[in-house]
Design a protein around this ligand. Sequence first.
Ligand SMILES: Nc1ncnc2c1ncn2[C@@H]1O[C@H](COP(=O)(O)OP(=O)(O)OP(=O)(O)O)[C@@H](O)[C@H]1O
Ligand SMILES: [Mg+2]
Length: 548
Amino acid sequence: MAAQLGGTPVLILKEGTERTRGKDATSVNIQAARVIADSIRSALGPRGMDKMLVDNFGDVVITNDGATILKEIDVQHPVAKFVVELAKSQDDEVGDGTTTVVIIAGEFLKQAERLLELEVHPTVIVEGLRKATEKAMELIDVNSRRVTIDNVSELKKVAMTAMASKVVVGSSDYLSDLVVKAVRSVATQRDGKWKVDIDDIAMTKKEGESLEDTILVTGLVIDKEVVHAQMPKTMKNAKIALLAGALEITKTEFDAKINITSADQMKLFLDREQSLLSEMADVIKNAGTTVAFCQKGIDDLVQHYLARAGILAIRRVKKSDMDKLAKATGGKIITNVRELDAEDLGSADLVEERKIGDDKMVFIEGAPEAKAISILIRGGTELVVDEAERALHDAIMVVRDVVEDEKVVAGGGAIEAELAAEISKWSATFSGKEQLAIEGFAKSLEIIPSTLAENAGLDPIDIMVELRSKHESDGSTWGVDILNGRVADMANTIVVEPAAVKRHAISAASEAAQMILRIDDVIAAKELEGGGPPGGGPPGAEGEGEFD
Ligand SMILES: Nc1ncnc2c1ncn2[C@@H]1O[C@H](COP(=O)(O)OP(=O)(O)OP(=O)(O)O)[C@@H](O)[C@H]1O
Ligand SMILES: [Mg+2]
C-alpha cells in the first residue's frame, strides 16, 4: 500500500501485504461464511445426514454435531474461522443449536447480499439486524412455556429432542432418563434459582456392550485398575490420599557417576534406596490412608509395602480425574508425599475395582461432597461411544439450560416460523430501506423449518406455504413434524427445545453477521513461508511444549 507525497510514493504496509476493500471485501467475506453454512446445512435435524471426517493422522470421526464438524475441518479464510468460533461459542454457552446458529448466520448474510445489490448501505442493514434481534428476544419470551426442575417428563422431552438428530437416537429414550436424573441430582439452589455445574457430571467411556448398558454412578469412575494383585479390591469407609508426585526415586536430570568400590558400599547404596521407598509407604500408612491415588508411577517396592499394609493404590491417574477426586472426596492433592498427613485425606463410603467388559475400572461412591455423578458410557465401537458422549453432552446442556432458565419453546422450526411471521408484520412499522432489512431478518429465520423439511425429503416450498398459513390462522406452535412428514402443531409433540438455545443462536448469528457486514477493508499480512510457526519448526512438531 502506498500513498503519494509530493510525487514520492510512501510505503505504509509491508511488502506482500494483501488488501481488499469496499464491496469486494464484503462480498468475499459473505461468500466465505455462506460456504461454511451451506456445508453443514444437510446435517440439520433428525433426518440430517452425518459427516465422516478423517484427519491427517487417519483418525475417523462420524458425527452430526455442528460444532464438532466445524472443529475438525481445517478452514483457512479468517471469516470462515470466525464462523467456526461462532459454533463453538454456541456449544460452550448453551450446548446445542450449533448447526442452527451457523445456518442462520449464513442466511442473514445471504439476505444482506441481496440488499447490498439493491444499494442498501451496510450500516442500514446492520441497524435493521440489531433492532430485529431485540424484537426476536422479546418474542421468544412471549412464545415460551415455563418448565421447572420438577417437571421430569418435560425435561426428558428436551433431552430427547437434542438427541433426535444424533446417531444414538435409537437409545435416546433410555439415555434421556439417565441425563435428566444426572442433571437433577447435581442441581443446587442459590437465591431461589437453580444452578447446574456441568463439571459435576463426569463422563467415562468404555467400548463394549451396548448403549443401553450405559449407567449412572453416584460418584466417580476412574479408568484405571488397582496396581498390585495383593492389594484389596474393595475398601469401605475409605480414607483417600491424593498424590501428585511419583512414588519412585526420581532419576537425576544429569548423568551422574557413582563409584562403588566394595560390596559393602553397594549394599549400603541399595539399602538406602530401599529405605527411601519404604519411608514413602510408611508416610502414607501412618497418615491413616486406606486408598491412594497417584498421578504418577508407583515403584514396585512401594507397591509391595502398600499391599502389605492393606492399602489399595492406583497409579497414573489423569490430572483431570485427580481434580475431580479432590472435589468429591474433600481431599487435598499433595505434591511431596513426605508432607502428607491425616488432615489431607479425603473420604468415601466405598472405593471398589469392578470389571467392566474386559477391563477393570475403579468406582468411588458415597463421597461427602458427592454432588459428582458419572455416566459410564458403553457402546459397540469407539466411534459409537465417542458420538454418544457428544450427544449426551448436548442433552445434559439442554436440560441444564431449562433447569436454570425454566423456559422452553416448540421445536421443529415452530419458533423460527413464528418469529418470521411476527417480525415480518412488525417491519411494516418501519419505512424505506430499514423495513427491507428487518424483513430480510424475518425471512432468514424461515431457513430452519425449510431446511428441516428439505433434509427430510419433503418439498420445502409446499411446506413453507402451509406453515405460513398455519401461523397466520391457527397458532404459534406449528412446525415441521419430521417423523410424520407433515406440518403439525408441535405443542402436541415431544419436540421441545430450551428458549436459551434459540435466544443464543439468533443473537449470536445476528452479531456475527453484523460484524462481517461492517468490515470493508481486509489487510492481510503475507503468509509465513511453509505456513509454519515463526522459527521455522513444522507445525505440531514433536517436542511441542518442551518449555512447559
Ligand atoms: N422430531 C422432530 N421433528 C421436527 N424437528 C425436530 C425433531 N427433532 C428435532 N428437531 C429439530 O431439529 C433441529 C436441531 O437439529 P440438530 O440437532 O441437527 O442441529 P443443532 O441443534 O442446531 O446443532 P447440534 O445439535 O449439531 O449442535 C431443531 O430445530 C429441532 O427442533
Ligand atoms: Mg441439536
